[in-house]
Design a protein around this ligand. Structure first.
Ligand code: NAG
Ligand code: NAG
Length: 167
C-alpha cells in the first residue's frame, strides 16, 4: 500500500473526484483494477440542493477519506430511498434504496487499519462506491422507472414508485 505507485494512483483518484465535483470515486471508475475508494463532501457542493433534501438526507460535509480494501457491514434495520448520481453515468440520476447505517473496515492510504461507522448520506456514498468495486452500478439496484436526467430530478415520480425518504 505504501508503494509510490499506489500513492500516485490515490492522488490521481482524488484529483479526478475533485475535478468532477464528485463526492466519491472508486478505482475502477478510472480504469484501476484495485479495491480503493475515495470520498469527500464539501459545503460548496451542496448549494444546488434543496434545503429540505439536505436535511432529509442528513447531508453534511466530511473530510477526505481514502479506504483500501473496504468491507461494509450493513445494519439492515433502516433504509432510505433517494436520488443519486454517478460519475460513470454523468448527467443522470436514479432512486436507490440504501441502508442508513453501515460500518466500513479497511486500511487508510498508509496501510493503517481503519474502521468507521457512517450514516445517511455518507453511508450512501460508501455503498455506491463499494458497489463499483464489484462491478455493480446504480442501474443494477435502482427503483424501476426512476432513471432520469439530472435537470428533471425534482419532477414527480412515475405512478406507483415508492416515496422518497426513510422507509
Ligand atoms: C435492529 O433492530 C432490532 C429491533 O428493534 C434491535 O433489537 C437490534 O439491536 C437492531 N440492530 C442493530 C444492529 O442496530
Ligand atoms: C459501530 O456501531 C456498532 C453498533 O452501534 C458498534 O457495535 C461498533 O462498535 C461501532 N463501530 C465503530 C468503529 O465505532
Amino acid at each position: 500500500m505504501k508503494l509510490e505507485k499506489v500513492q500516485k494512483m490515490i492522488d490521481d483518484m482524488i484529483r479526478v473526484m475533485r475535478r468532477a465535483l464528485g463526492v466519491g470515486l472508486a478505482a475502477p471508475h478510472i480504469g484501476i483494477p484495485l479495491r480503493i475508494i475515495v470520498l469527500e463532501d464539501k459545503k460548496q457542493y451542496m448549494t444546488y440542493k434543496q434545503e429540505e433534501e439536505l436535511k432529509a438526507q442528513d447531508r453534511r460535509p466530511f473530510d477526505l477519506l481514502v479506504i483500501l480494501n473496504p468491507k461494509l457491514k450493513y445494519n439492515t434495520n433502516r433504509t432510505a430511498l433517494f436520488f443519486e448520481g454517478c460519475l460513470s453515468v454523468a448527467g443522470y440520476c436514479v432512486v436507490v434504496e440504501r441502508y442508513l447505517d453501515v460500518e466500513v473496515a479497511g486500511f487508510d492510504r498508509y496501510g493503517e487499519p481503519l474502521k468507521i461507522n457512517a450514516t445517511c448520506w455518507q453511508a450512501r456514498i460508501l455503498q455506491h462506491a463499494c458497489d463499483h468495486l464489484d462491478g455493480t452500478l446504480y442501474v443494477d439496484k435502482m427503483v424501476p422507472r426512476t432513471f432520469r436526467a439530472l435537470e428533471n430530478m425534482y419532477n414527480p415520480l412515475a405512478h406507483g414508485c415508492p416515496k422518497l425518504g426513510p422507509r
